[in-house]
Design a protein around this ligand. Structure first.
Ligand code: NAD
Ligand code: TYD
Length: 350
């Protein structure tokens, strides 16, 4: 029996992960903690609360040490999957500070508390032995490697060269996770995934933003020349990869996760326009993002050959299904736009 502490489980990837894990591992207990920033949306987990007795949501900030301590005292946590983060590059350019406090200090608080509770002898500061089967899994991003030119791919041994405040904060978190593993021996893995798409993504990111603007006949803002390349992975594939690393990942190792789906932004925008029967005249080229990374591409051979994970979605199938999901779930997106989703916690939990 595992008790998994999922942080940031009301966000895009975390909420998909919670649902997949409850289905896949009915004997695990899932504790979801999330501070419900603008990106946290409990409506994404609407059907979960009542249907699973092995699931609990606790509104908590990962920087709040005493709350995290309390959770480790009240539950026999066996793994932490740390999704909680400020995740949007454009916001990190506007206001970097919260990216550092949440993404770096928050990760360090979680590690610190986990270390104390998982040590076999908590009083011995040099004790490097931990309870059986415990693991801290840091959900990171390929953006920590920086940008690629026309050729090459990210491999796990590359130096980290982050270019945005967001990616710098994620790289810093990776470093502190690594340091806790080296210095204190706490069991960890780090996963570095490429861009995700799929259901329940906040409409500030490329794909849901373009779908939503298309549906509202609003202009589609393409940064710069639109020829920047991202390597897209369906969120379900990412979640299954994390589950694989949780169970099979070798202590201290980093695993890249990607789906071999490199696409230029403009091609994705055109595909969305075509699928929704709109005119390409709604494309609006706008000023480029400062420090905009030109290309990301993941070499996923370590996770595929060593742990046996494979992506299951082709991009063509995944994007069609995703567009259809947004068409079928207009209420979810309307509640975000109107701001109503923010009151869901009070309605459900107060
Ligand atoms: P998201 O922004 O949709 O969700 C983040 C969640 O974290 C939200 O629910 C938010 O309320 C919560 N949160 C933020 N600050 C918090 C705090 N201080 N305490 C507790 N909760 C807090 O992000 P996402 O797209 O689901 O990404 C999840 C993780 O995966 C992030 O760590 C991100 O860096 C990483 N990642 C994302 C992608 C992607 O394409 N979206 C790709 C690779 C890695
Ligand atoms: P985004 O979804 O913000 O993810 P990231 O910056 O983490 O890769 O952006 C994906 C790509 O799409 C990125 O190259 C920036 C570009 N983009 C636009 O051209 N227009 C937009 O309105 C947004 C949000 C992104």
């Amino acid at each position: 029996m595992k008790t998994i502490l999922v942080t940031g489980g009301a966000g895009f990837i975390g909420s998909n992960f919670v649902k997949i894990m409850l289905e896949k591992h009915p004997n695990y207990k899932i504790i979801n903690i999330d501070s419900l920033t603008y990106a946290g949306n409990l409506e994404s987990l609407k059907h979960i609360d009542r249907n699973y007795s092995n699931y609990e949501f606790i509104k908590t900030d990962i920087r709040d040490r005493s709350k995290i301590e309390e959770i480790f005292i009240n539950y026999d946590i066996t793994s932490v999957i740390n999704f909680a983060a400020e995740s949007h590059v454009d916001r990190s350019i506007e206001d970097p500070e919260i990216f550092l406090t949440t993404n770096v200090i928050g990760t360090q608080v979680l590690l610190d508390v986990a270390k104390r509770h998982w040590k076999l002898n908590p009083k011995d500061k040099y004790c490097r032995e931990y309870k059986n089967g415990v693991k801290f899994l840091q959900v990171s991003t390929d953006e920590v490697y920086g940008a690629l030119g026309k050729t090459g791919m990210f491999v796990e041994t590359m130096p980290l060269m982050p270019n945005s405040p967001y990616s710098a904060s994620k790289a810093s978190a990776d470093m502190i996770v690594r340091a806790f593993n080296e210095t204190f021996g706490i069991p960890v893995n780090i996963t570095r995934c490429s861009n995700n798409y799929g259901p329940y993504q906040f409409p500030e990111k490329l794909i849901p933003l373009m779908i939503n603007n298309c549906l509202q006949d609003k202009p589609l803002p393409v940064y710069g020349d639109g020829l920047q390349v991202r390597d897209w992975l369906h969120v379900f594939d990412h979640c299954h990869a994390i589950d694989t690393v949780l169970h099979k990942g070798v202590d201290g190792e980093v695993y890249n996760i990607g789906g071999n789906n490199e696409k230029a932004n403009i091609d994705i925008v055109k595909l969305i326009i075509k699928t929704l029967n709109k005119s390409s005249t709604i494309i609006k080229y706008v000023k480029d993002r400062p420090g905009h990374d030109r290309r990301y591409a993941i070499n996923n051979s370590k996770i595929t050959t060593q742990l046996g994970w494979e992506p299951s979605y082709t991009f063509e199938h995944g994007i069609k299904e995703t567009i259809q999901w947004y068409l079928d779930n207009t209420e979810w997106i309307e509640n975000i736009i109107s701001g109503d989703y923010a009151s869901y916690y009070d309605k459900m939990y107060s």
